[in-house]
Design a protein around this ligand. Sequence first.
Ligand code: SAJ
Length: 448
Amino acid sequence: MSELAGLAARVEAREVPVAVVGLGYVGLPAACILATTGFRVLGVDTKADRVASIARGENPIEGDEPGLSEMLAQAVGAGRLQTTTDPDALGEARVILICVDTPVDTDHRPRYEALRAACAAIAPRLIAGALVIVESTISPGTMEAVVIPALEAGSGLRAGDDLGVGHCPERVMPGRLLLNMRTMARVLGASDPETARAMRALYSSFVEGQLDEASLLTAELVKTAENAYRDVQIAFANQLALVCEAAGGDVWRVRELVNRSPGRNVLLPGPGVGGHCIPKDPWLLAAPLGEGAEGSLLASARGLNDAMPGRAAGIVLAELRAQGIESPRVAVLGYSYLENSDDTRNSPTVPFLEALRAAGATYAVHDPWVEEFRGDLWEVVRGCDAATILVAHDEYRGMDLGRLREALGHPVVIDTRAVLDAGAAASAGLLYRRLGSPPPAVPAHRDA
Ligand code: SAJ
């Protein structure tokens, strides 16, 4: 009988101590949810300050994460979540989640230092019948090529026999960590049927979404593909915007009419693709292609999306030159990578500003969500020649366009996210145009 037999029942009964390795924006909410679902949870992280903060019941994650601070305080207060930097404590756990960072480096190859370190810390402390689940996003083939060999070598156990190995990719989103963790469907990649049963028992304790069992490889492919798919979709929208720039078409009208057609869903063009997942995961999906990755559709989409900040800056500067504004000072509205978020990871605004600087332009930045740039909008805009909107924050949707017109040196606004209403902007006396649509001089009546 496999040493794993009966693990599902013990998980069901919340009898097994659970450890979470890596207490970042995936591991910490997972530890908190499991602790408030009845498990005794040990959180392990290499960062002593993070471990200490959580032990005090304080949430170290920035940004607005509804419910997380309260859940953390409750779990720690009830003694159900303890934290440590000491890997020896892992010997107590029977189910271990690995939630560490899996970045790609500058040549787009996966970096598994944190993953390997986690496996090295876990393996010698594993006992027969334990279950290790990787939640980090990893390239297809990594469980077989990296994780299982490391765990087996360090423990003397055999995956699928006396060691359960799983891959349940996270599907969190900044600002909705707990909500997504509870509601999103999850893929249960398992080394064997007993492991699949134990994973189902674990995740069904807090996941309301569908739980689909799969092989380890399928789970790896699903997660990287879902984000690569989104990157390619966004790249198509951006490519269409660039075609419309060249042809004098209006991409916002074009996508609207294309999407009337069944089975079409052209996403929104913009000045680039930021965040922690989408820019990275296409390279993780492409990794099995080896040298072929660079010539893949995935690389091409990445290249187009990465070029958008520079292309958008070029379009802004060309429009200002067309309005007779040389060496402009530009009011740049939006610094975070996503609307109504303070998350600035891989924000397209950063390369956009670099492109302005390279062209000799100067700028002033505003973002109501980012500490460094949340000053008074009108103070930022005043003294600038023109304005560009890079992030579709709600605060910008309702802005006073007459006041914007008065504050700008020239009444020019280039909107890369279609935040403002073109009619209202024109009525306010603004020379308004959007990325991927005709400049104001080109009469758009032919499409009226
Ligand atoms: N973006 C566009 N046009 C679009 C959509 C997004 O330019 O039509 C840009 C955004 O401005 C941002 C970047 O792409 O800079 C990423 O935006 P995102 O909406 O994909 O948000 P993320 O990065 O938080 O992606 C997460 C992912 N979720 C997980 O990894 C669990 C992604 O798989 C989800 O599809 C996405 O949230 C979502 O649906 O909101």
